[in-house]
Design a protein around this ligand. Structure first.
Ligand code: HEM
Length: 527
């Protein structure tokens, strides 16, 4: 009894001391945050509503974005915007961006933003942070090892050839829309490489449905991001948009579940064939051409699995089945969306700059003629310096992810001024604003791949080109994307001359990635 009383008193005493102490610490942190954040310059704001009225002045979301990215971020290279109670700090000085991103404590997403993304996309690599992120990252990273990526090149080739053949139907000089074709191409590539499923170069009805669901999910997410009153999950769930977003995710899971079953079936068939052949030697390639198991050379080294197999192996160990499906959904979206946008804009800029096409053609003549084949190999990809410069310049002018939001984990002093980004600040960095800074890129609106020649690149700040962001949360698919894009663009340039549709100007919709609302119109003629 005595001991129980003592224990109770101890608890009461702890509560009495602990509560005010915690509260005090919280107030102290908040005052510290406010003191540091208040020093950041920004457009004049009103009490409570901040800059909400300024933002409301813009007729649409795109004009608002242009104001932030092309006006505010240049006027205030380290500045702030107050969206009601939410304060956003933006950085647009290359040294400050480097300082911020190289600090491994600054890589979580603001929790509100993370929740908004996760509601539509589930909890995959893009939408998680902390220990959960470290675990998922460790599981999927080996699937992007260069041995695996090299094994994908035959798939990039096969799909690239089919795409180029399909384009022949339009190669009579009339204007046509290439957008949907690039989206289909890229989603088929993802299914064959990351999911290890043969596709017959076409989308099945189910693939098409998954693809459309993901696009709709993106549109809904974009609508939610620009409507702060929908940020609270409990409220969003009750709206028709929230209910539809939930239904999209549920149906997405059902389709992905079927994909998982197809992959398991394929692996069972493969194992059976091996058994019948009386060998236990593991094959180097899956039927779709992707490297699936360790090759002889790697036999004693680490085992690299394609993404879906790596995830399934962890199912029941460190991952739940829902986490497996969440990752597949994220990779399906991340894998096809950004690369197809880049491919569309490569078409757009190449059409406007015929001399760039001819220079690329000369490089390709060297490579393909020497090899006596247009089947691209990993070695040939290494030799495509100019084609790579075209891809980079496309990503400079139109980085598909225009901006990213991070939460500062620690106070981070900036280099360009005596300002300090306080711990807890929501920080926005825009590859697009940075890439259009005339101090870094003179005549930034001119498409000039020479900016990425080895000599010119060497002179530039290492953080001046960040289409994949940088630091700990850099894009895991960046090498995959570069290899796929170089393979396909080289095949298109080899076969066709691309010309502009003079009546076309892209109109943009800003979401997770920045896409066009009016397709991507160009003209083609055969070489
Ligand atoms: C041109 C193509 C691509 C571009 C420009 C691009 C850009 C980016 C950017 C900017 C981020 C960071 C986002 C942020 O921090 O807010 C990112 C992350 C990511 N990307 Fe990509 N990406 C591309 C292709 C791909 C591909 C092909 C895949 C998959 C095969 C992929 C998978 C991912 C994943 C999983 C993340 C999250 C990484 C993490 O947080 O750890 N991306 N990407």
């Amino acid at each position: 009894m005595f001991w129980k009383l003592l224990l109770l008193m101890e608890r009461i005493l702890t509560a009495v001391v602990w509560l005010p102490w915690t509260l005090l610490e919280y107030v102290r942190d908040w005052l510290h945050y406010r003191r540091l954040a208040n020093r950041f310059p920004g457009p004049p704001s009103l009490p409570i509503v901040g800059n909400l009225f300024d933002c409301g002045l813009f007729p649409d979301q795109w004009t608002l974005m242009t104001w932030v990215l092309e006006d505010l971020m240049y006027r205030y290279p380290a500045g702030q915007l107050k969206l009601g109670p939410v304060r956003i700090i933006f950085l647009n000085d290359v040294n400050d961006i480097q300082t911020f991103l190289t600090n491994s404590k600054n890589h979580s997403r603001p929790i509100l933003f993370e929740n908004v993304l996760a509601y539509c996309l589930g909890r995959g690599l893009v939408t998680i942070s902390g220990k959960e992120w470290s675990l998922h990252h460790k599981i999927v990273k080996p699937s992007f090892h260069q041995n695996i990526l090299k094994g994908y090149v035959p798939v990039f080739n096969e799909k690239g050839n089919a795409f180029v053949e399909h384009l022949a139907e339009y190669a009579d000089g009339r204007a046509f829309d290439v957008k949907h074709m690039t989206e289909t191409l890229k989603s088929v590539i993802v299914l064959e490489t990351l999911f290890g499923l043969p596709t017959d170069n076409k989308q099945t009805n189910l693939d098409q449905e998954l693809f459309e669901l993901v696009l709709e999910g993106q549109r809904r997410l974009s609508h939610r991001i620009k409507s702060p009153w929908l940020y609270i999950d409990a409220f969003y769930k009750l709206t028709s948009g929230g209910r539809r977003a939930k239904a999209i995710r549920k149906r997405g899971y059902e389709i992905l579940d079927e994909k998982v079953e197809q992959r398991k079936e394929l692996l069972r068939a493969e194992a059976k064939t091996l058994q019948m052949m009386g060998t236990d030697k593991k094959p180097e390639h899956t039927p779709n051409g992707a490297l699936a198991r360790e090759s002889d050379a790697d036999a004693n080294k680490k085992q690299y699995n394609i993404l879906i197999d790596a995830l399934l192996q962890e199912h029941g160990r460190s991952l739940s089945y829902e986490s497996v499906l969440d990752e597949l959904l994220i990779f399906f979206l991340a894998g096809f969306d950004t690369t197809s946008v880049t491919l569309q804009f490569a078409f757009y800029y190449l059409a406007k700059y015929p001399l760039v096409q001819e220079k690329a053609m000369r490089e390709l003549q060297n490579i393909f003629d020497t090899a006596g084949s247009t089947e691209v190999t990993p070695d040939m990809l290494q030799q495509m310096h100019y084609v790579e410069m075209i891809v980079k310049e496309t990503l400079r002018m139109h980085p598909p992810i225009f901006l990213t939001a991070k939460e500062a984990g620690v106070d981070t002093p900036l280099l360009s001024s005596d300002l300090i980004v306080p711990a807890g600040a929501k920080v926005v960095i825009s590859p697009r604003s940075l890439h259009m800074d005339p101090k870094l890129y003179p005549d930034p609106h001119v498409f000039d791949p020479e900016r990425f020649s080895p000599e010119n690149s060497a002179k530039r700040h290492p953080y001046a080109f960040i289409p994949f962001i940088a630091g700990m949360r850099t894009c895991i698919g960046r090498r995959y994307a570069m290899m796929a894009l170089k393979t396909i663009i080289s095949k298109v340039i080899w076969k066709y001359r691309i010309q502009p549709d003079e009546s076309y100007e892209p109109q943009f919709l800003w979401g997770i990635s920045t896409v066009t609302t009016n397709g991507m119109r160009v003209k083609l003629t055969k070489r």
